[in-house]
Ligand binder design. Sequence first.
Ligand code: ADP
Ligand code: MG
Length: 250
Amino acid sequence: MITLEDISKSYDGKIALAHTTLDLAPERCQVLIGPSGCGKSTLLRLVAGLITPDSGRIKIGDTPMTPQTCRALRLRMGYVIQDGGLFPHLTAAGNVTLMARHLGWERERLRKRLAELAELTQLPLELLNRYPVQLSGGQRQRVGLMRALMLDPEVLLMDEPLGALDPIIRSRLQEDLKQIFQRLKKTVLLVTHDMGEAAYLGDEIALMRDGVILQRGSARDLLERPADPFVAEFIRAQRRLWVEDAERRL
Ligand code: ADP
Ligand code: MG
């Protein structure tokens, strides 16, 4: 569904992503995990068509990402970032429907889709008239998710969507997200720095360091068969959080 072939990207001569190849199966959740600065957001932004690689090829479905196709491809992908990335001067509903209104959707179609998405993301309808500052962090993330899903994209790109939330709210939202992924059958690429979240939400995990994917596999693969000493060290350091997370869900 999404293919990255030998992708590299540098900023001011410093490598952010080096010769990365990755193939995402449709309707699965691929997690990217790794320490801060390892290139996770860069990879996501390349797939989203927000930045261009120095070399290599990206394909969404059968369509290569080029300056010509990039706009149309972007409509097939929903993008969610930490804190929702909502426009402060628009209400929640204004944020969610922005692109659809731009595309000329009728009022009734907008209203129906809004109600559908509010139900899906469990956001009380009356909150849709509020501005982002009048919402809690968790509510803002639900609105961010609604906005990303508005045009019913095939692909969902999420960059630490739950990173700024406290643990209880976060585990609620993780559970809701997992249900939404299963229900909608989207192809998901999700960035997190939390191994518990990765293990819970990801069908597959790619552990990155210094612009390189060190290992790709299930949480169990990474735990039991680390391909690199850094993988073992990263997993060990995260183990406590991971166990705490699992216990909270019991
Ligand atoms: P992560 O999301 O894993 O924390 P990023 O992909 O944001 O990492 O960053 C990878 C590397 O690229 C870091 O060293 C970061 O400082 C650098 N970088 C990212 N974006 C930019 C930019 N717009 N300009 C310059 N350097 C950048
Ligand atoms: Mg990042």
